[in-house]
Design a protein around this ligand. Sequence first.
Ligand code: ADP
Ligand code: MG
Length: 360
Amino acid sequence: MTDSSREPMLEVEDVVHRYGMVTALSHVSLSAGRGEFLTILGSSGSGKTTMLRVISGLEMPTSVKVLRIGGADVANLPAAKRNCTTVFQNYALFPHMSVVENVAYGLRIRKMNAADALREARRALAMVQLEAKADRRISQLSGGEKQRVALARAVVTQPAILLLDEPLGALDEKLRQDMQIELMELQRSLGMTFVYITHSQEEALTMSDRVVLMSHGRIVQSGGPLDLFDRPESRFAAEFMGYENILPARLIGREGTAGIVEFPGGARTRGVVTVEGLKAGDAVCVALRAERIAPATEGATDALKAEVTNRVYRGKYIDIALATDAGPLRLRSWHGSHVESEDIRRIGWNTNDAVIFAAE
Ligand code: ADP
Ligand code: MG
């Protein structure tokens, strides 16, 4: 599953973890290569934090077949002996120490002398643009700055893997977006393996080399950000990745990944089949992003008859509800492209944008 060009840094095979009656992880396997940015994506309760705690050693799993960091078996090692560090959402800084003392702390307990530790700590603070505030108290920092200190403190000891549990969750939208880019740049410049947890698909798509989508303690799909965005393999993945339109249909023909489907009313369309093993006659879903649907000219192939039933202005775009031969659809028109909804009689899309997978 790891990008084969990278040497494996993290290998987890078949981990199961139960809290009493709750199964938090159910036969999960994942891996990350050296220098890879791996994101574990999923809604609240899907098992992301449990996965991170199992990797870091804060949680001993009910069972696990393989748990290796940098090629070494760590399944039975305590957290302190594993070559990884966790960054939490709530910073977990020492309020009575200055910024630079917080960062130097991890080096001091590793017995580095005070002068070297402070020098390394200042270097780490420079990486997160906080040199100038090295001597401040933690209470004199903003939320974003505290999270930068937490990051500097985590990377200063140069762990093989940095584990990040929704580290930007407490920050406001604008700051979060800036920090996403900074984190990504920091990860690239350090060449460190990051395992990053988030419930935000936008965050996952922005930063990751690879994304693992989880639901109810299982991996639903994994792949590059674009694979998840453009090639969901299930209704769950499509919904999670923000597909506004998911229509029931039947597969009537397929050639490789190209498929032809028929909607209940008899209309047909073509699309891309994302799962193995689907054959003609199978019940499927067709997923379409609202912004990938457009009015079609008279006589365009594969166009469907459509009628506007509602439209909602949302500032940057207009959402137009349509009754079509395929069923109800939502079309999104971005400001500037100006689709006059009165004009819509027929609609269409690129075959590439219609994703076909099995109906559950
Ligand atoms: P996430 O981080 O994706 O929100 P968690 O890994 O925290 O998910 O939780 C996964 C499941 O395990 C949830 O159903 C949660 O309620 C349960 N769980 C997590 N920690 C504990 C615990 N200490 N005791 C009992 N159940 C827990
Ligand atoms: Mg969590």
